[in-house]
Each structure stands twice: as structure tokens, then as C-alpha cells.
Design a protein around this ligand. Structure first.
Ligand code: SF4
Length: 488
């Protein structure tokens, strides 16, 4: 199958130019229905990746794997597939690629055979130094099966001379820089790890004595597991026949949990980083209303991700929250318009305005973030076509000015409208009567520990050095084209 490029993928999803998440993880140890629970856990985490899905399961002797491109429901459409994944331990992965091309062989978990036996791995995040490590290993003769950065860690584990698997994993993770939550599964052991900066979420749960780990707590809820806690940054949790124990990687200079998880990525009904996403998201909306009031009649959200922030905005502003846009939930990310010429049909397929709500009204439209602004411009056109008298856009995050190197496909710098345009120019581009963003200070005032958050895409304050050639195109293209001077 020919690889689909990132550019093609964006073109294939014109009605959604939001940042894309970078994968969901689920793991379980000590339950006879391990693969089946993992299947449901992946279902709950489908929003974190729709390109590919996979489950590796261990019966104590052998790790078996099934994975492929598509949604969980597509990859496991054959009901007998889960029967072929027996055992009391399993790990699962939903993929949205951020490094490596989008090809079937990059689906995860990745399963290898090496000197210690079998090892499966699943990864959420981006390793900033993976290209350097890979180049060095390839120079020494290593052969890689995928183009994914995750495979680099498996090579490091396979090369390690450490006494046991947990030690080999910890030693390998100490050599990588960047964002990761990892799950590893051998026939006898499950290992879950979070990077020392704590970029990506990973929580621990319990189900009938079994250990469960997941990117978000909504995956625990779906199988009736109890939420226990968030794994600590740098924690490596080892689960085997002897029970659970944790070791810790050397501490990072600071914690840098991704604040975008609260803004957009995580499901509002999830706990991430130990906090309820819904509570934080609603507070973003309330703070936005204090900072950026609008003389309006009603508040609507760009569904579904801005719903919670819009409720917070309406509450603080004393305005009525209305459902002014209906989202068609059956339109997948692979929707491609058959029209070659520029039309709004793509956004109309996905959203429909409610004329009875909007006609003659001064409307506040709450959006969680603006990447390129193309979708929002079309949405505002829809709201106006339904008869809205005024459209005031309020964004529950600050302007995104810098690309993300830690696992979020946040476009290139040249494609980030706020990296090259002032707010007034963006307002004119999207066709709103007014546009205001939440301030960085306002955003940080809402989270429990602002110093523990990564805000690099808003502030450019990257928690690590970013190698010069990392995602070379992202920086170089903006330099070559002089993107800073491009018009909106
Ligand atoms: S740069 Fe932005 S999206 Fe990336 S990890 Fe930091 S806060 Fe999250």
C-alpha cells in the first residue's frame, strides 16, 4: 500500500484543521479477559488516534499481536480476532502518526524477537533525539522495520547488557529525549513508563485485582475499573507475577505536562495529570469571559471540543448557552470532497447551523484553538448564512505561534496563522466582528501548578533543546519562504 503523506492527510480532512493527537495507550495485567478489555479501552481512546489500532496479548508463554490501519472497530471487525489473543495481559495502541509515515507497518504495538525473547511496545509522544540515535545505530548495522521513532527504543532495549528487562528498559529510556508514555509487554511482564518531564498522561487503575494503565481515565471507566492515580513523571511501573513495583528515571530539570491536553485533546470526562479535564476546560471558558466579554445575546460552541469551555464562558458572562452548530458525527477524518474547486461543502458535510437559534442574534462563538483558521472562517460563514446579526469569536487558548516537537501534529510554523498574523488580521481573515483569545496568564491561572506545564506552542519556551534537523521541514520551510512576512 502506498504511504499517505502528511500533506495528503491534511488535504483529505479539510473540514478539520485542528491539532492532531498523537496516540492512545491501554494496558492490563492479571485479568482473564485482557484483550477484550483492551479493545474497549482503545474504543474509549479513539479520539487520540484514528489511523491504526493494535493489541498485543500475552498468555505467559507467547505474545500474540493483531494490528492494522483504521479505527478500532475496523481493525477488530472480525469478532474472532480477540479470541486469537488469549492471556491475562495485553497492551493496546491507537495511532495518529507524528513521526514516521502513515503506513500499515508503523501501526503499533511493535513486536520484536530478540535475545531475551519477545517484546511488544506501544508509544504516545515524540522522541526529539530519535533521528540521531537511529542514524548511529544504522551506521553500526542495525536494520529498522518501521520509520517510527518508537522502534529506536526497542533497539536500545535489545542492545542493552543490563541484567533484567526492567533495567534494560530504564537504561534505554535514559538515552532518549522527548515526550513519551510507553507500554512494554513481554510474555512475563508489563512495564509502563512516563518520561521525566511528564509530557503525556498515563494513569493507573484497578479492576478486580488486575492492574490497568491508560492514557486517560475514560478508558478505565468503560471497563468499570477504578481510578487510582496518575503515574509520576519519570516513573517506570513494573507488573509481573511478583506484583507491582516502581523505579524512577533521573529527574528532569522541570516538569512539562502538555497544557493542550486540558485545552483540547483529552476527553472532558477524563482525568489527566491527576485533574479532571472538564473542570479545567470550563475554568478556561470562565476566565475567557472575564478577560474578553462580548455584547451578545447567546453563546454557542464549535462542537464538540469547545462545548465545555463555551459552557464556562456562558456561565461567567451570564449569557444563554445554545446549540447553534450541529456536528455530523459520522463524517470520518478520511472524508474527501469530490469537488476539485474551492467550496465550503467540506465544512457543510461536517457542521450545520441551527437557523432558529442564530437568526437575528448577536452570537459569541467559542472555539478551543485556532491552527490555520480555514475551518473557522467557513464556520463563521455558516453562522452568518443562518442569519446571525453579529459573530464574536472567543478562543479558550492563547494564539498558537510555535510548532510542537513533543507528539502533537501542530502543523508547521508557516501554517500556524498566529505565527505570521496579528489578532486583527486573523479576525479579518476569519470574517468575525471581533476576535479575542485567552491570555497565557489567564490560561496558567486556571491550572493547579502552572510551573509543571509545557506551554511551548504558545510561548516558544521549549523545555528541551530541539535538534537542528528535527522535523527539518517545519523550521526550514518557514525560513525559506519567509513565512513571517506572508499575509493572512
Ligand atoms: S508544545 Fe504545546 S502541544 Fe506540544 S507538548 Fe507543549 S503544550 Fe503540548
Amino acid at each position: 500500500m502506498r504511504a499517505v503523506t502528511r500533506r495528503e492527510r491534511r488535504r483529505a480532512a479539510p473540514a478539520d484543521d485542528r491539532p492532531r493527537e498523537c496516540c492512545g495507550l491501554f494496558g492490563i495485567w492479571g485479568h482473564p479477559d485482557a484483550a477484550r478489555h483492551t479493545y474497549f479501552g482503545l474504543y474509549a481512546l479513539q479520539h487520540r488516534g484514528q489511523e491504526a489500532a493494535g493489541i498485543a496479548a500475552s498468555d505467559g508463554q507467547l505474545v500474540r499481536l493483531h494490528k492494522g490501519p483504521g479505527l478500532v472497530s475496523q481493525v477488530f471487525a472480525d469478532r474472532t480476532t480477540l479470541d486469537r489473543l488469549p492471556g491475562a495481559a495485553a497492551i493496546g495502541h491507537n495511532r495518529y502518526s507524528t513521526t514516521g509515515t502513515s503506513i500499515a507497518r508503523n501501526a503499533q504495538p511493535i513486536l520484536i524477537e530478540y535475545k531475551r525473547g519477545q517484546l511488544a511496545a506501544a508509544h504516545n509522544g515524540n522522541l526529539v533525539n530519535s533521528a540521531d540515535l537511529r542514524r548511529a545505530m544504522e551506521d553500526e548495522g542495525s536494520i529498522f522495520q518501521t520509520t517510527s521513532d518508537s522502534e529506536v527504543v526497542l533497539h536500545l532495549v535489545a542492545r542493552s547488557r543490563a541484567a533484567g528487562l526492567p533495567e534494560a528498559i530504564a537504561e534505554s529510556l535514559e538515552r532518549v529525549v522527548g515526550a513519551y508514555s510507553f507500554l512494554f509487554l513481554s510474555p512475563e511482564m508489563l512495564v509502563a513508563a512516563r518520561d521525566p518531564f511528564g509530557w503525556r498522561p498515563l494513569c493507573l487503575g484497578r479492576l478486580e485485582g488486575a492492574t490497568v494503565v491508560a492514557s486517560e481515565s475514560c478508558a478505565l471507566d468503560i471497563i468499570g475499573a477504578e481510578y487510582v492515580r496518575s503515574l509520576d513523571p519519570g516513573e517506570v511501573l513494573i507488573v509481573d507475577a511478583d506484583g507491582e513495583r516502581s523505579v524512577h528515571l533521573p529527574a528532569a530539570p522541570r516538569q512539562a505536562s502538555c497544557i493542550f491536553e486540558f485545552i483540547y485533546f483529552a476527553r472532558p470526562d477524563s482525568r489527566i495529570f491527576g485533574e479532571k479535564a472538564d473542570k479545567i476546560r470550563r475554568a478556561f471558558g470562565r476566565r475567557l469571559a472575564e478577560e474578553a466579554p462580548a455584547d451578545s445575546d447567546i453563546v454557542i460552541a464549535v462542537p464538540d471540543s469547545a462545548n465545555t469551555a463555551a459552557l464556562g464562558y456562558a456561565e461567567a458572562a451570564g449569557l444563554r448557552f445554545e446549540i447553534g452548530l450541529i456536528r455530523n458525527h459520522y463524517v470520518g477524518r478520511t472524508f474527501i470532497s469530490p469537488y476539485q474547486h474551492e467550496r465550503d461543502i467540506d465544512v457543510r458535510v461536517k457542521f450545520n447551523p441551527v437557523a432558529g437559534v442564530l437568526k437575528g442574534r448577536r452570537v459569541v462563538v467559542v472555539e478551543d484553538s485556532i491552527v490555520r483558521g480555514t475551518t473557522l472562517r467557513k464556520l463563521i460563514g455558516l453562522v452568518r448564512s443562518a442569519g446571525a446579526a453579529e459573530v464574536h469569536v472567543r478562543v479558550s487558548s492563547p494564539p498558537i505561534r510555535c510548532p510542537c516537537f513533543y507528539g502533537i501534529d501542530m502543523s508547521t510554523r508557516e501554517e500556524l496563522i498566529a505565527s505570521r498574523c496579528e489578532v486583527e488580521a486573523i479576525r479579518a481573515h476569519i470574517g468575525a466582528d471581533s476576535l479575542r483569545y485567552l491570555s497565557v496568564e489567564g490560561m496558567l491561572s486556571v491550572v493547579p501548578d502552572p510551573r509543571a506545564m509545557c506551554t511551548a506552542c504558545f510561548t516558544g519556551d521549549y523545555p528541551t533543546a530541539v535538534p537542528e534537523d528535527f522535523h527539518k521541514g517545519q523550521f526550514d520551510r518557514s525560513r525559506r519562504t519567509g513565512a513571517e512576512s506572508k499575509s493572512c
